[in-house]
Design a protein around this ligand. Structure first.
Ligand code: ZN
Length: 856
């Protein structure tokens, strides 16, 4: 029976024992890998001497156990499925444990497993307990020495954390390599890799003049696809020195790319292990978004070296301490490497489309969760993305200098420690001589707060009063938060910015007054998306159009267009005979005509999607919303076809002439394409785009629209694409994703065929996500089919996947548990499938926790 007992933040207790050193000797074998683990352990000063030592351990065979070199008598220990308990331990001792594990049978991809021909590990959050018995918690920090033994021909590279201190050949074609990591770390940062790779090498000289060897290991034949990631690593290292004054601390930094990986990447000390999706990229096979993400994830994992590794989490409830902060750091890095406005808008779109839904759904939790059944379920958009928004608010309130002062204080106080979110806030407050008591409520509140604003201008006195009110998300209660609200006041005539700054909303209702204004300004609120809230501030079309063109803040210019679109889509949704108002058509034309960066314009003309719109409407009937979205798009095209077509061609010309920054023009060209394929024949152009494209961004966009619009050219392009890319695993993920998004009545037969396709494998997380995840998220028409067949299909796949890899199953179940926002009949149909899952024997804690939350 699966254990669904939750753990609570309030129950935290320090460990009664500490493990100071860990000496691992690991003999790799597909099915019988031997792990000898020798630890120096001490009982904590305050702990009772009768306190047993309880080590975590799962999926292992215990082979031997020695205390201070002597085999331990069976009466002194007890071993079950979850733990090894040793009684009557001395105050300080050496414990040696020998276990066997089976990497080949490990389909959960936690602990030691095989990806292709290589051995690799994933220990965060609680995977080390599948490698050896251990105090598997982040506040137990030790110095690791790791010896790996394996066949030399098959596994020429044997890697672990830290510096290599020994290397020699053994009998029977085997070799041995020993690594020593001089920094103490929790076991979740342990890593090991063994395999045969191509190696890309370079170096980085730190600001203090130390030379660091950089090594990137990729599957054979992929060296050219690793060059961009290497550059991204060097850029990250330089950026962290320049902006945060933080320098790398070991002599070597290694990154290994593997095809089988549950998440994006992992920041193991000195030995990052990456999903190959976030390493490999070249123009032919990767899109501009892929390039952006490679750079962001390389940066993210590198930045963890300080925010995560040098200073880690006391317990897993504090995950946002490292993740929220590190996401904020990688967002700032991306903003500096690209256009800040465009980067910021992408952050906000992700938050609104996905985190807001999580915040409103059954798994809603504070950025510092208080109750957890399966920790892997809390690597969430809330902990990561909302967590980063909370850090960003601090940055806004303290300013760059104040924030950096706080960071210095945080590091000075806690380097080498495992700490809490409160420790971080305390350091920030102390360094800035300010009180962050109220601010820290952001760590415990749940849901997306609502902010309502009204403005009142008194022409006689020339004063403007803003009344701003905050309230918790529906069903939630908490005292008022400290909410920074960025603003601008724009002059009506000159369109100049008269005032700008940040208002600190600290009360439930508060008034802010601006005096000596000689005209009524246009008010822009929540500039830069200064807080993760839903803002209600009604503004007329004219005001929004002024903001759209004249606000200083790029996010606000984009947001003004989005508000216009959202309001309009809501009209289409409510009224089947609604058609486009001239004013909106003109506004759309203005956007198309404006002199702005192409990447920015691409975002401005991209309509809010299905997920974003469900956030803004109530009791959504999915098919009715999809219908509204497509009617709106069609009407915009009808009114502005000539302009869109001209824009499409202009972008094409810019790209052909190689002028300017290609990615922006490609984004704009593809955004136009999305319109141009609606309800008319654009077959020839799509085929031409597909055939001419020398980069994946344009090629995949052509294939994608051909699929989603059922264009006659689709079949031929699809076959061509498959033939060309069938041996490239990352591109095949794109292909599977597109197949899942085809909108026609043969979809369910097609999905069955794809499950049995020779290139499909449930065991490869990227592939499973590409097919199953894409269907559930990007094919709303059939996922939300009134018959419930879409829900059934997802449910069937979850059942299969849960037996193989619960973590991946648990990610993919999200669209089924987020029933909120839909009409009650829709919710009922979804819930029936969850009940079916709940009644199965032996579902994992991962999906069980979510299903139980959704069905309460
Ligand atoms: Zn991270």
């Amino acid at each position: 029976m699966t254990d669904f007992t939750p753990r609570f933040l309030k129950d935290y207790q320090p460990a009664p024992y500490q493990i100071h050193t860990v000496d691992l000797y690991i003999e790799l074998d597909d099915e019988r890998t031997l792990v000898r683990n020798q630890m120096q352990i001490k009982r904590h000063g305050d702990a009772d001497e009768n306190e047993p030592l309880v080590l975590d351990g799962q999926h292992m065979e215990l082979q031997g156990l020695w205390l201070n070199g002597e085999a331990l008598n069976a009466s002194r220990y007890q071993c079950d499925e979850q733990s090894l308990t040793i009684t009557h331990c001395p105050q300080a001792f050496t414990l040696t444990i020998e276990t066997l594990v089976n990497p080949k049978a490990n389909t959960a991809l936690e602990g030691i497993y095989k990806s292709g021909g290589a051995f690799c590990t994933q220990c965060e959050a609680e995977g080390f307990r599948r490698i050896s018995y251990f105090l598997d918690r982040p506040d137990v920090m030790a110095i690791y020495t790791t010896t790996i033994v394996a066949d030399k021909d098959k596994y020429p590279y044997l890697l672990a954390n830290g510096n290599c201190i020994e290397r020699r050949d053994l009998e029977r074609g085997r070799h041995l390599v020993t690594w020593h990591d001089p920094f103490q770390k929790p076991c979740y940062l342990f890593a090991l890799v063994a395999g045969d790779f191509d190696l890309l090498e370079d170096r980085f000289v730190t600001q203090s003049g130390r030379e660091v060897a950089l090594q990137l290991f990729v599957d054979k034949g992929n060296l050219d696809k690793a060059r961009f990631a290497m550059q991204a690593l060097q850029d990250s290292m330089a950026w962290d020195e320049r902006v945060f004054g933080l320098e790398y601390d070991l002599d070597i930094y290694m990154i290994v790319a593997v095809d089988f990986f549950n998440m994006g990447a992992m920041e193991n000390k000195g030995l990052n292990i990456f999903n190959s999706k976030f390493v490999l990229a070249d123009q032919r096979s990767a899109t501009d978004d892929d390039f952006f993400n490679v750079q962001a994830v390389i940066g993210h994992e590198y930045f963890h070296n300080w925010t995560g590794n040098r200073i880690t989490c006391r317990d897993w409830f504090q995950l946002s301490l490292k993740e929220g902060l590190t996401v904020f750091r990688d967002q700032q890095f991306s903003a500096d490497m690209h256009q800040p406005d465009v980067t910021r808008i992408s952050n906000v779109r992700l938050l609104r489309a996905q985190q807001f839904a999580e915040d409103a759904g059954p798994m809603a939790h504070p950025i510092r969760p208080e109750k957890v059944v399966e920790m892997n379920n809390f690597y969430t958009l809330t902990v990561y993305e909302k967590g980063a928004e909370v850090i960003r608010m601090l940055h806004t309130l303290l300013g760059e200098q104040g924030f950096q002062r706080g960071m210095k204080e945080y590091i000075a106080r806690h380097d080498g420690q495992a700490v809490t979110c409160d420790d971080f806030i305390a350091a920030m407050a102390a360094a800035n001589d300010t009180d962050l008591q109220q601010f820290s409520l952001w760590y415990s509140q749940v849901g997306t707060p609502q902010v309502e604003a009204t403005s009142n201008y008194d022409a006689n006195s020339g004063s403007l009063t803003l009344t701003v009110e905050q309230r918790p998300a529906s069903g939630q209660q908490h005292p008022p938060l400290l909410i920074p609200i960025g603003y601008e006041l724009l002059a009506q005539d000159s369109k100049k910015v008269m005032h700008k700054g940040v208002l600190s909303l600290t009360q439930t209702t508060q008034q802010f007054t601006f005096e000596q204004l000689n005209e009524q300004p246009v008010v822009v609120l929540l500039t830069g998306f200064s807080a993760p809230v839903k803002l209600h501030f009604s503004q007329c079309e004219d005001e929004l159009m002024t903001i759209m063109v004249h606000a200083d803040d790029g996010f606000s210019r984009w947001e003004a267009t989005q508000i216009l679109f959202r309001q309009c889509i809501a009209h289409y949704y409510q009224d089947e005979s609604f058609s486009l108002a001239d004013s909106l058509s003109r506004a759309f034309a203005d956007i198309l005509d404006a002199e702005v960066e192409p990447a920015f314009k691409a975002l401005q003309i991209t309509l809010p999607g299905f997920a974003e719109m469900t956030e803004f409407l109530q009791d959504v009937e999915p098919q009715q919303l999809l219908n509204a979205l497509s009617r709106f798009k069609l009407d915009l095209l009808g009114k502005q076809q000539a302009k869109l077509q001209a824009m499409y061609q202009a972008c094409d010309q810019k790209l052909q002439s190689g002028e300017g920054h290609g990615a922006g023009y490609r984004a704009l060209k593809n955004a136009c394409l999305e319109y141009l394929v609606q309800g008319q024949s654009f077959d020839t152009e799509v085929t031409a785009q597909y055939q001419k494209a020398s980069n994946m961004t344009e090629k995949i966009a052509a294939l994608q629209v051909a699929a989603s619009e059922n264009l006659p050219c689709f079949e031929a392009l699809n076959r061509d694409f498959f033939a060309q890319w069938q041996d490239d695993s990352l591109v095949m993920d794109k292909w599977f994703s597109i197949q899942a998004r085809i909108e026609d009545d043969a979809v369910f037969e097609r999905l069955e065929g794809l499950l049995n396709h020779p290139k499909f494998s449930m065991r490869n997380p990227n592939r499973a996500r590409a097919l199953i995840g894409s269907f559930a998220v990007h094919n709303p028409k059939y996922f939300h089919h009134a018959s419930g067949r879409g829900y059934d299909w997802l449910t069937d796949q979850i059942v299969k996947l849960d037996a193989i890899n619960p973590q991946v199953a648990s990610r993919l179940i999200t669209p089924l548990i987020q029933t909120q926002g839909f009409a009650s009949s829709v919710q009922e149909t979804m819930r029936k499938r969850l009940q079916r899952l709940q009644q199965l024997d032996d579902i994992s804690a991962d999906i069980g926790e979510k299903i139980n939350a959704a069905l309460v």
